[in-house]
Design a protein around this ligand. Structure first.
Ligand code: RP5
Length: 169
């Protein structure tokens, strides 16, 4: 795998099923990443140290998945000027709304981008990271455009199938 340029942090190993969606995208695009389970509350020193050293360690984007009072993205963003993308993880009893608010309600001056909760969040966080990286990588930008073209074609194919199915009812 190429040199890790994206750091993927999760508040707990239990967040992995959602985060796996990001790994799939990075593998597809040939982007190197490094993943760690680090918590803003349960390993605050390690999370802050990782964030403070992220830029010097060659990372260009940090993704932070967390549930409940999801402060990981905010704490990481407080310690680095790299772009930080938060994935809200759904958990009981508020189904991810708690995590979403924790991620988007950052005070002015320290932004964290938020993607949707649920499995799409892992995928979209990675695609957002790809678009950031593509700003300075023409080959990657072309791959991203090709990904969109294929996605469009798949949806149009599904529509043709739907029309056939509806006709035969
Ligand atoms: C958050 O608390 C984690 O990101 C996880 O989504 C949630 C529950 O953690 P575990 O109890 O599964 O370790 O910090």
């Amino acid at each position: 795998m190429s040199k890790p340029v994206v750091a993927v942090l999760m508040g707990s190993k239990s967040d992995l099923p959602v985060v796996e969606g990001a790994f799939k995208i990075f593998d597809e695009f040939g982007i190197g990443y490094e993943a760690h389970a680090l918590s803003a509350h349960r390993t605050p020193t390690e999370a802050a140290e990782f964030a403070a050293g992220a830029e010097a360690n060659g990372f260009k984007v940090v993704i932070c998945a967390a549930g409940m009072a999801a402060h990981l993205g905010g704490v990481v963003a407080a310690h680095t000027t790299l772009p930080v993308i938060g994935i809200p993880i759904a958990s009981e009893p508020f189904n991810g709304l708690d995590a979403l608010f924790s991620i988007v309600q950052m005070p002015p001056g320290i932004p964290v981008a938020a993607v949707t909760a649920g499995k799409a969040g892992g995928k979209n966080a990675a695609l957002y990271a790809v678009s950031i990286l593509a700003l300075s990588d023409a080959a990657l930008a072309e791959k991203l455009k090709e990904f969109r073209r294929r996605q469009t074609e798949q949806v149009l194919k599904a529509d043709r199938e739907l029309q056939d199915e509806l006709k035969n009812r």
